[in-house]
Ligand binder design. Structure first.
Ligand SMILES: O=C(O)c1ccc(O)c(O)c1
Ligand SMILES: [Mg+2]
Length: 629
């Protein structure tokens, strides 16, 4: 098995793409004729440049409108092929993709096409070239890999094989297991792409909306399993046409591509024993048990404000770091670390964007296995010097350059709290029945959502749920929830398209995204609200109109409605259960806390309430301003 990616999948000049593709760890590239023509170098120079980057040219493509022609048109198609074969010799590649014809004068007929390919095979043999035939989902006569395979079978030439592309097969909902019967030595090349399920014209869908395996909704794993079952162990190549990616960063996209390919191959290897024998062993997706801590970088008056807010929510200072200006605030299993150091990573984070969450710790089954899988998936390890007696907790870079730590019990890392922190003697904790972190909400640019969703779902045993739209009065925010199968760890990714939305203005200040809010689970949300009111907590005020609407939408009863309104608690239901939530007022440039209670397996996040929550937050921020420092 060798990994490859098509030049169309990555933006930039050819040189920029090659550098990014090589750095991400691919073995080769598919060269798109368009990208070759656009470059000023000669074919042999370009071939040399590609090899200088340590890459092979896995495939030259596409060769269009070949089969089914007659007379002069047919003769010209063969001439064109000879031209391309000459060019391929100069580039230094021996595989070409012929996609099924869309030519208005192309005739159908399996035998006619088979004759064309048998003749092309004979010419290709003189050049030492392998011809692969791919059924485009919108091909004029051939649009199904089963027909393309029958043509290849009948052409019966050693230089003619089949090219499989997951998009064309899966977009037409063709059963991928039909691939299992094809002999591996007749498969010339395999291309992979995913896509979100959208009802639209196949060609338009393919050319604009493909994405990396695991980023979309197509059963790419089933497709790849069927390919592996044939015994095929040659090139696996990403071919991603995506409008959003065209404006992206070459390095990030190449890294995501390689990550998606490694994760897909690893998944398939676990399902089809014997698949990809030379793929290095890596630990399986990591089980996340919950959020172990969130750490704020903060300072001075902002730190005071944050401490007051935490106290009013029932948190107490539970420990002070033995050597650093770092305190631990705790309530049941919720740990909030306030880092006021003036050197190191938290200091950098504070200097860049003021008070904010610079670090998240996840509780995992094995921190070592997590790190190993993260490295195999191309994550950036994070390290900063640790003092004597301090724990060296493994970590990687996450959203917006923040840090993600992995803590486990097996290797003793979870003892960090008792070893590095000295208990504070601040009297009994107030406690407001908050028990654990329900979810973290990360705000990012809309363009980065797929990348971070892939980050979490390829590294951890976490699945995405359907994308929802959140209407901010000043623009749309898309929200994608990701969670572990048992819901113990939940992260929502919120993608802002403009800086005028609440998420967008937070994003503008946090440079590249960050956790914007943390939601805590309450055992009894009314008890929490009452206790917090006693402690001086002031919830985000909701309007009368909101409660009148609730009365209309749900059968709650006057008393229950009054109780909700008395504490500014919002309400939602799904098919399974009920949901209660209330919010803090925003602080530190748009950060906030949330308190939730899920009943009977409610699995959402109160999305129908989001527009009213956002409007309330904006009203407050407009009235008072939320100065950062
Ligand atoms: O959109 C196209 O024309 C096109 C070309 C070549 C391919 O391999 C493909 O999958 C699609
Ligand atoms: Mg293709």
């Amino acid at each position: 098995m060798k990994t490859s990616i098509a030049t169309v999948s990555i933006p930039g000049t050819l040189r920029e793409r090659l550098a990014a593709i090589a750095k991400a760890g691919f073995d080769g590239i598919e060269i798109f004729e368009q990208d070759f023509i656009a470059d000023e170098g000669s074919a042999s120079d370009i071939g040399a440049m590609i090899r200088d980057h340590g890459l092979e040219i896995s495939l030259f493509q596409p060769f269009r409108d070949f089969e089914g022609l007659t007379g002069e048109l047919r003769r010209r198609a063969f001439d064109r092929a000879r031209h391309k074969f000459d060019l391929m010799a100069e580039l230094g590649t021996n595989r070409i993709l012929v996609c099924s014809s869309c030519h208005p004068q192309a005739l159908g007929g399996i035998d006619r096409a088979a004759d064309d390919f048998a003749e092309l095979g004979a010419i290709a043999a003189d050049y030492g070239i392998q011809v692969g035939f791919e059924a485009l989902a919108w091909g004029r006569h051939v649009n199904d890999h089963r027909d393309a395979w029958e043509i290849v079978r009948r052409a019966d030439h050693p230089n003619v094989g089949l090219i499989l592309d997951s998009f064309h097969t899966l977009a037409r909902r063709i059963e991928p297991n039909t691939i299992r019967r094809i002999p591996a030595d007749k498969i010339t090349f395999v291309q992979l792409a995913d896509a979100p399920l959208i009802e639209m014209d196949l060609l338009y869908w393919s050319r604009h909306f493909r994405n990396m395996p695991g980023e979309g909704d197509l059963p790419v794993t089933d497709f790849l399993r069927a390919v592996a079952a044939t015994g095929y162990d040659d090139w696996l190549s990403l071919e991603i046409f995506n409008d959003q990616f065209r404006g992206g960063r070459p390095e990030g996209l190449a890294r995501d591509g390689h990550r998606s390919l490694v994760a897909a191959m690893d998944d398939v290897r676990r399902l089809e024993p014997g698949a990809w024998p030379n793929l290095p062993e890596i630990p399986t997706r990591v089980a996340v048990q919950g959020v172990e801590f969130v750490e704020f970088a903060t300072r001075g008056a902002e730190a005071e404000t944050l401490r007051d807010l935490l106290r009013s929510m029932g948190f107490a200072e539970a420990g002070r770091h033995v050597s650093k200006a770092v305190t631990l605030w705790q309530q049941a299993d919720i740990r909030i670390v306030l880092n006021e150091e003036t050197t190191g990573f938290a200091d950098h984070a504070y200097t860049a964007s003021g008070t904010g969450i610079c670090d998240v710790g996840l509780s995992v089954a094995s921190a070592e296995a997590t790190t190993e899988r993260a490295i195999a998936l191309g994550a950036d390890l994070f390290h900063q010097p640790v003092g004597p007696g301090e724990f060296d907790i493994p970590a990687i870079r996450s959203v917006g350059g923040s840090v993600l730590h992995f803590i486990d019990e097996t290797s003793g890392l979870s003892a960090v709290w008792s070893v590095e922190f000295r208990g504070s003697d601040k009297g009994p904790a107030p406690d407001a029945a908050l028990r654990r972190i329900d979810h973290l909400a990360e705000t990012m640019s809309y363009d980065e959502m797929l990348s971070w969703s892939l980050f979490y779902t390829s590294l951890f045993d976490m699945q995405p749920s359907a994308m929802t739209d959140v209407i901010d009065p000043d623009g749309l925010v898309r929200s994608q929830a990701i969670r572990t199968p048992d819901g113990a760890a939940r992260i929502t990714l919120n993608g802002a398209e403009t800086h005028r939305t609440l998420a967008g203005s937070f994003l503008a200040e946090s440079f590249g995204g960050a956790v914007q809010h943390v939601a805590f689970t309450s055992d009894d949300i009314f008890a929490s609200a009452r206790r917090m009111a006693d402690l001086g907590f002031r919830p985000l005020p909701m309007t009368d109109n909101y409660y009148r609407d609730l009365a209309a939408r749900f059968d709650l009863g006057a008393e229950a409605l009054q109780a909700l309104q008395a504490h500014d608690i919002l309400y939602d239901e799904d098919a399974r259960g009920r949901f209660y939530q209330f919010y803090s007022r925003p602080f530190g440039g748009g950060l906030f806390f949330e308190v939730v209670q899920r009943l009977d397996g409610y699995d959402g996040y109160g999305a129908p309430n989001a527009p009213f929550r956002i409007a309330a937050q904006k009203r407050l921020m407009r009235a008072k301003g939320v100065p950062r420092r």
